[in-house]
Design a protein around this ligand. Structure first.
Ligand code: G
Ligand code: G
Ligand code: NA
Ligand code: MN
Length: 254
Protein backbone atom coordinates (compact mmCIF):
# COMPACT_ATOMS: atom_id res chain seq x y z
CA UNK A 1 0.00 0.00 0.00
CA UNK A 2 1.19 3.49 -0.84
CA UNK A 3 0.23 5.04 2.50
CA UNK A 4 2.05 2.25 4.32
CA UNK A 5 5.23 2.94 2.34
CA UNK A 6 4.92 6.67 3.05
CA UNK A 7 4.42 5.91 6.74
CA UNK A 8 7.77 4.12 6.83
CA UNK A 9 9.46 7.39 5.76
CA UNK A 10 7.35 9.85 7.72
CA UNK A 11 9.43 9.90 10.91
CA UNK A 12 12.73 10.24 9.06
CA UNK A 13 11.22 13.02 6.94
CA UNK A 14 9.97 14.82 10.05
CA UNK A 15 6.39 14.87 8.77
CA UNK A 16 4.58 14.43 12.08
CA UNK A 17 3.44 17.40 14.11
CA UNK A 18 1.58 17.82 17.39
CA UNK A 19 -1.41 20.09 17.67
CA UNK A 20 -2.58 21.17 21.11
CA UNK A 21 -6.13 21.51 22.37
CA UNK A 22 -6.47 23.59 25.54
CA UNK A 23 -8.37 22.29 28.56
CA UNK A 24 -10.20 24.91 30.63
CA UNK A 25 -10.05 24.44 34.39
CA UNK A 26 -13.56 25.34 35.57
CA UNK A 27 -12.52 26.17 39.13
CA UNK A 28 -9.84 28.70 38.16
CA UNK A 29 -11.19 29.60 34.68
CA UNK A 30 -7.61 29.10 33.45
CA UNK A 31 -6.03 26.81 30.91
CA UNK A 32 -3.67 24.65 32.95
CA UNK A 33 -3.35 21.75 30.52
CA UNK A 34 -3.47 20.84 26.85
CA UNK A 35 -4.01 17.60 24.95
CA UNK A 36 -1.42 16.82 22.27
CA UNK A 37 -2.95 15.31 19.13
CA UNK A 38 -0.74 13.98 16.35
CA UNK A 39 -1.15 15.01 12.70
CA UNK A 40 0.75 13.85 9.64
CA UNK A 41 1.79 16.55 7.17
CA UNK A 42 1.68 14.24 4.19
CA UNK A 43 3.68 15.59 1.23
CA UNK A 44 0.84 14.99 -1.26
CA UNK A 45 -2.34 14.36 0.74
CA UNK A 46 -2.04 17.32 3.12
CA UNK A 47 -2.73 17.21 6.84
CA UNK A 48 -3.91 13.74 7.93
CA UNK A 49 -5.80 13.09 11.17
CA UNK A 50 -4.68 10.24 13.45
CA UNK A 51 -7.68 8.11 12.46
CA UNK A 52 -6.21 7.93 8.96
CA UNK A 53 -2.86 6.43 9.95
CA UNK A 54 -2.68 5.36 13.62
CA UNK A 55 -4.66 2.12 13.01
CA UNK A 56 -2.27 1.28 10.15
CA UNK A 57 0.74 2.06 12.35
CA UNK A 58 -0.69 -0.22 15.04
CA UNK A 59 -1.03 -3.07 12.55
CA UNK A 60 2.47 -2.81 11.11
CA UNK A 61 4.24 -1.98 14.39
CA UNK A 62 5.40 1.53 13.49
CA UNK A 63 3.26 2.79 16.37
CA UNK A 64 6.13 2.08 18.79
CA UNK A 65 8.45 4.58 17.12
CA UNK A 66 5.63 7.06 16.55
CA UNK A 67 4.70 6.87 20.24
CA UNK A 68 8.32 7.50 21.22
CA UNK A 69 8.35 10.51 18.91
CA UNK A 70 5.11 11.85 20.44
CA UNK A 71 6.56 11.66 23.97
CA UNK A 72 9.79 13.32 22.82
CA UNK A 73 7.95 16.09 20.95
CA UNK A 74 5.68 16.80 23.93
CA UNK A 75 8.65 16.94 26.32
CA UNK A 76 10.58 19.24 23.97
CA UNK A 77 7.57 21.54 23.87
CA UNK A 78 7.42 21.55 27.67
CA UNK A 79 11.13 22.38 27.72
CA UNK A 80 10.59 25.20 25.21
CA UNK A 81 7.89 26.68 27.47
CA UNK A 82 10.22 26.91 30.46
CA UNK A 83 10.75 30.51 31.49
CA UNK A 84 7.74 31.64 29.43
CA UNK A 85 4.15 32.44 30.50
CA UNK A 86 3.27 28.88 29.44
CA UNK A 87 5.59 26.98 31.76
CA UNK A 88 2.73 25.94 34.07
CA UNK A 89 1.03 23.98 31.25
CA UNK A 90 0.67 20.22 31.57
CA UNK A 91 0.65 18.20 28.34
CA UNK A 92 -1.47 15.07 27.85
CA UNK A 93 -0.37 12.54 25.22
CA UNK A 94 -2.45 9.66 23.84
CA UNK A 95 -1.09 6.13 24.04
CA UNK A 96 -2.86 3.12 22.56
CA UNK A 97 -2.93 -0.35 24.10
CA UNK A 98 -0.48 -1.50 21.46
CA UNK A 99 2.05 1.07 22.71
CA UNK A 100 1.64 -0.09 26.30
CA UNK A 101 2.61 -3.62 25.17
CA UNK A 102 6.16 -2.34 24.63
CA UNK A 103 8.30 -3.05 27.69
CA UNK A 104 10.61 -0.11 26.91
CA UNK A 105 7.85 2.49 26.96
CA UNK A 106 8.21 3.50 30.61
CA UNK A 107 12.01 3.67 30.39
CA UNK A 108 11.70 5.81 27.28
CA UNK A 109 9.30 8.20 29.01
CA UNK A 110 11.53 8.43 32.10
CA UNK A 111 14.68 9.01 30.03
CA UNK A 112 12.94 11.61 27.88
CA UNK A 113 11.61 13.52 30.90
CA UNK A 114 15.06 13.45 32.48
CA UNK A 115 16.83 14.37 29.24
CA UNK A 116 14.60 17.40 28.73
CA UNK A 117 14.58 18.33 32.42
CA UNK A 118 10.81 18.03 32.76
CA UNK A 119 9.05 17.22 36.05
CA UNK A 120 6.97 14.08 35.53
CA UNK A 121 3.80 15.73 36.81
CA UNK A 122 3.82 18.00 33.76
CA UNK A 123 3.11 14.95 31.61
CA UNK A 124 -0.21 13.16 31.45
CA UNK A 125 -0.96 9.96 29.56
CA UNK A 126 -4.42 9.26 28.11
CA UNK A 127 -5.41 5.63 27.75
CA UNK A 128 -8.68 4.08 26.63
CA UNK A 129 -10.48 1.31 28.48
CA UNK A 130 -9.18 -1.29 26.01
CA UNK A 131 -6.11 -1.61 28.23
CA UNK A 132 -8.30 -3.06 31.01
CA UNK A 133 -9.59 -5.87 28.79
CA UNK A 134 -6.39 -7.51 27.46
CA UNK A 135 -2.92 -8.03 28.96
CA UNK A 136 -4.32 -6.78 32.25
CA UNK A 137 -1.43 -7.87 34.48
CA UNK A 138 1.18 -6.41 32.14
CA UNK A 139 -0.75 -3.16 31.71
CA UNK A 140 -1.29 -2.82 35.45
CA UNK A 141 2.46 -3.17 35.99
CA UNK A 142 3.20 -0.60 33.27
CA UNK A 143 0.70 1.88 34.70
CA UNK A 144 2.10 1.57 38.21
CA UNK A 145 5.63 2.14 36.88
CA UNK A 146 4.45 5.23 34.98
CA UNK A 147 2.49 6.53 37.94
CA UNK A 148 5.42 5.95 40.28
CA UNK A 149 7.46 8.28 38.06
CA UNK A 150 4.85 10.96 38.75
CA UNK A 151 3.14 10.87 35.35
CA UNK A 152 -0.62 11.54 35.58
CA UNK A 153 -2.95 8.91 34.11
CA UNK A 154 -6.26 9.73 32.42
CA UNK A 155 -8.94 7.37 31.13
CA UNK A 156 -9.96 8.64 27.69
CA UNK A 157 -13.42 8.15 26.16
CA UNK A 158 -14.72 7.06 29.57
CA UNK A 159 -18.01 5.20 29.45
CA UNK A 160 -17.89 3.68 25.97
CA UNK A 161 -15.16 1.07 26.39
CA UNK A 162 -16.94 -2.20 27.32
CA UNK A 163 -14.76 -2.69 30.40
CA UNK A 164 -15.90 -3.10 34.00
CA UNK A 165 -15.51 -0.40 36.62
CA UNK A 166 -13.41 -2.69 38.79
CA UNK A 167 -10.18 -1.32 37.31
CA UNK A 168 -10.82 1.94 39.13
CA UNK A 169 -9.97 0.02 42.32
CA UNK A 170 -6.87 -1.74 41.06
CA UNK A 171 -5.17 0.73 38.70
CA UNK A 172 -3.58 4.10 39.50
CA UNK A 173 -5.95 6.51 37.76
CA UNK A 174 -5.90 10.30 38.25
CA UNK A 175 -8.47 11.62 35.76
CA UNK A 176 -11.61 10.50 33.92
CA UNK A 177 -12.43 12.02 30.53
CA UNK A 178 -16.16 11.74 29.85
CA UNK A 179 -16.63 10.64 26.26
CA UNK A 180 -17.82 13.28 23.81
CA UNK A 181 -20.88 11.19 22.89
CA UNK A 182 -22.42 11.93 26.33
CA UNK A 183 -21.73 15.67 26.09
CA UNK A 184 -23.03 16.40 22.57
CA UNK A 185 -26.69 16.40 23.69
CA UNK A 186 -26.21 16.74 27.45
CA UNK A 187 -28.48 19.81 27.61
CA UNK A 188 -31.21 18.18 25.49
CA UNK A 189 -31.30 14.57 26.63
CA UNK A 190 -32.25 13.49 30.13
CA UNK A 191 -30.26 10.23 29.82
CA UNK A 192 -27.03 11.98 28.80
CA UNK A 193 -27.46 14.47 31.66
CA UNK A 194 -28.01 11.65 34.18
CA UNK A 195 -24.99 9.68 32.95
CA UNK A 196 -22.75 12.76 32.91
CA UNK A 197 -23.83 13.76 36.43
CA UNK A 198 -23.21 10.20 37.64
CA UNK A 199 -19.69 10.09 36.17
CA UNK A 200 -18.84 13.47 37.72
CA UNK A 201 -20.07 12.22 41.12
CA UNK A 202 -18.19 8.94 40.70
CA UNK A 203 -14.97 10.79 39.92
CA UNK A 204 -15.40 13.26 42.79
CA UNK A 205 -16.12 10.52 45.32
CA UNK A 206 -13.09 8.54 44.17
CA UNK A 207 -10.91 11.64 44.44
CA UNK A 208 -10.32 11.85 40.68
CA UNK A 209 -10.36 14.90 38.43
CA UNK A 210 -13.03 14.80 35.73
CA UNK A 211 -12.74 16.25 32.23
CA UNK A 212 -15.65 16.73 29.80
CA UNK A 213 -14.72 16.29 26.14
CA UNK A 214 -16.43 17.72 23.08
CA UNK A 215 -17.84 20.85 24.76
CA UNK A 216 -19.26 22.96 21.93
CA UNK A 217 -21.82 25.28 23.53
CA UNK A 218 -22.01 27.70 26.44
CA UNK A 219 -25.09 25.82 27.70
CA UNK A 220 -23.05 22.61 27.94
CA UNK A 221 -20.29 24.46 29.78
CA UNK A 222 -22.80 26.01 32.23
CA UNK A 223 -24.33 22.58 32.90
CA UNK A 224 -20.90 21.04 33.54
CA UNK A 225 -19.87 23.88 35.85
CA UNK A 226 -23.12 23.47 37.76
CA UNK A 227 -22.42 19.78 38.27
CA UNK A 228 -18.91 20.38 39.60
CA UNK A 229 -16.99 19.12 36.57
CA UNK A 230 -13.32 20.14 36.95
CA UNK A 231 -12.13 20.61 33.37
CA UNK A 232 -13.72 21.24 29.95
CA UNK A 233 -12.27 20.58 26.50
CA UNK A 234 -13.88 21.19 23.12
CA UNK A 235 -14.43 23.47 20.17
CA UNK A 236 -16.17 26.08 22.39
CA UNK A 237 -12.80 26.71 24.00
CA UNK A 238 -10.59 25.93 21.02
CA UNK A 239 -9.91 23.43 18.29
CA UNK A 240 -6.56 21.62 18.42
CA UNK A 241 -4.01 24.13 17.07
CA UNK A 242 -0.24 24.33 16.44
CA UNK A 243 1.85 25.44 19.44
CA UNK A 244 2.41 28.96 18.07
CA UNK A 245 -1.33 29.49 17.67
CA UNK A 246 -2.00 28.15 21.16
CA UNK A 247 0.53 30.58 22.60
CA UNK A 248 -1.06 33.50 20.76
CA UNK A 249 -4.55 32.56 21.96
CA UNK A 250 -3.43 32.12 25.58
CA UNK A 251 -1.40 35.34 25.54
CA UNK A 252 -4.41 37.31 24.31
CA UNK A 253 -6.48 35.83 27.14
CA UNK A 254 -8.89 33.83 25.03
O1 G B 1 -7.50 14.65 16.54
P1 G B 1 -8.49 13.60 16.23
O2 G B 1 -9.93 13.83 16.56
O3 G B 1 -8.43 13.20 14.81
O4 G B 1 -8.04 12.31 17.09
C1 G B 1 -8.65 11.11 16.85
C2 G B 1 -8.11 10.04 17.75
O5 G B 1 -6.72 9.84 17.57
C3 G B 1 -8.32 10.34 19.22
O6 G B 1 -9.06 9.27 19.75
C4 G B 1 -6.96 10.37 19.81
O7 G B 1 -6.95 9.72 21.07
C5 G B 1 -6.09 9.64 18.80
N1 G B 1 -4.75 10.21 18.82
C6 G B 1 -4.42 11.50 18.66
N2 G B 1 -3.09 11.69 18.78
C7 G B 1 -2.57 10.46 19.06
C8 G B 1 -1.24 9.99 19.33
O8 G B 1 -0.27 10.74 19.38
N3 G B 1 -1.09 8.66 19.55
C9 G B 1 -2.15 7.80 19.54
N4 G B 1 -1.93 6.50 19.76
N5 G B 1 -3.42 8.20 19.31
C10 G B 1 -3.62 9.52 19.07
O1 G C 1 -10.40 10.23 21.41
P1 G C 1 -9.96 11.62 21.74
O2 G C 1 -10.84 12.17 22.79
O3 G C 1 -8.54 11.78 22.11
O4 G C 1 -10.24 12.48 20.46
C1 G C 1 -10.00 13.82 20.43
C2 G C 1 -10.55 14.29 19.11
O5 G C 1 -11.81 14.92 19.27
C3 G C 1 -9.62 15.26 18.44
O6 G C 1 -9.32 14.81 17.17
C4 G C 1 -10.41 16.52 18.32
O7 G C 1 -10.23 17.13 17.06
C5 G C 1 -11.85 16.08 18.48
N1 G C 1 -12.59 17.09 19.20
C6 G C 1 -12.10 17.86 20.18
N2 G C 1 -13.04 18.73 20.63
C7 G C 1 -14.16 18.48 19.92
C8 G C 1 -15.45 19.06 19.93
O8 G C 1 -15.79 19.96 20.70
N3 G C 1 -16.35 18.54 19.05
C9 G C 1 -16.04 17.54 18.20
N4 G C 1 -16.98 17.12 17.37
N5 G C 1 -14.81 16.98 18.15
C10 G C 1 -13.87 17.44 19.01
NA1 NA D 1 -7.37 11.58 23.84
MN1 MN E 1 -11.50 11.08 24.10
Amino acid sequence: LELEKDLSQALANNEFVLHYQPQLNLDSSKVNSVEALIRWEHPRRGLLAPGEFIPLAEENGRITDIGHWVVMAACRQLAAWKGTPFEHLRVAVNLSGRELDNDHLVDHIRDTLNGEGIAADHLEVELTEEIFIQNIEHNRDQLFRLHDLGVQLAIDDFGVGYSSLAYLKDFPVDLLKIDRSFITEVTERHDDAVITRAVINLAQNLGLQVVAEGVETQAQLDFLKGQGCNIAQGFLISRPVPAAELEKALASGE
